[in-house]
Design a protein around this ligand. Sequence first.
Ligand SMILES: *Cc1c(COP(=O)(O)O)cnc(C)c1O
Length: 395
Amino acid sequence: MPPVTPLKAASNNPRPENAAAVAYAMQPDEPLFCFSPQALTDRANVFLNGFPGLVTFAVKSNPSEHVVRTLAKAGLTHWDVASVHEMKLVAGISPDAKFHYHNPVKSRREIEDAYKTYGCRRFVVDCREELQKIVDIVGPSDEIEIAVRFVLPRDRGSSAHDFSTKFGAPEHICVELLKKVVELGYRPMLTFHPGSQSRDPQTYVRHIEAAARIAKTADVKVFALNVGGGFPANYMLSTAPEPSVFFRIIDEAVAKFFGSNTPKLECEPGRGLVANCMSALTRVKLVCTDGDDIFINDGVYGALMEYMQAPELKPPFRVIRDGKVIHGPVKSWKVFGPTCDPLDVLPHNLDILEGLREGDYIEFGTLGAYGVSTLTKFNGYGEHDVVEVEKVFTV
Ligand SMILES: *Cc1c(COP(=O)(O)O)cnc(C)c1O
């Protein structure tokens, strides 16, 4: 057995190079996330330098303090939040943070907390009753920005998750909502979400065209257009163009459809920003050599939940033993998670090292988005430390 170095106690140690070094030094028996601040900073710069407008971060995609702190340091000032809890988290790290409360459904207590405690001046609506709540709580104010969220019928297969079924109003309702926002003296804008892992840039074009049509029909000059998240990352079964391709096509579409009435642009990426900054380091608990079953210490109730919901988001993986990545002949293994629930099994058999042993580690890459977010406490599991490394494994 390799020597165990107390990595966490020695905080002035240089950062371990990668998950293999972490496995060697800590020999963790519980799953943990490896996080590369450098990978996230590099990706943040791609968005900050390339997107033709304001870049915000969808906190729900990775609400870990490490990520929020790194993004604040990289220069992010505005945060797309789904709840007051997320405002509290971000404000604790970045006291000057500005919030876009872009969850279309908020309780009255949440609206009041957001407005009074966290200084939030941006709310999204997709129905009249939600707008009325804001009127009742905030009253007249020319500081309040209301983003009207619209939805288009979905292109089948254009994104990994269908975002068109829950939120967003059809165009004719949005026309009425925009007029109402102006009548109330609030600042009108439009927003959409094209669906997570939107691989086709034309999806954004269709939405930008619709936004221009809605504003024109309502005869309202929108001061901003938020093009949502949806920017894709590369997974084993789902690859996508670079962000720069999306940025150029979005910029051209806004100029084409809005002409001289160009609104300020905003985006609020989650996945596209954070997917590649974290991996999950898991450990093999049991190898049943009579069959093809293996059991690892993390699963679909932990860091791998999204993989079960959307099997096309299959993460890359590799085996680590004695601090080294091991290559060799592979075998198709059925991979079970640690809980006593039969659903806790990965959606595909994985081709992993044939000679896999109890105690080996498996690093799953590209789990920076919707990995930390969806951990459950099912069966008492769910705690995941975050360990900073230089590099994480990606496709
Ligand atoms: C989830 C969400 C996002 C982030 O979506 P990704 O697909 O992860 O980029 C952005 N905006 C809103 C309103 C969301 O709900």
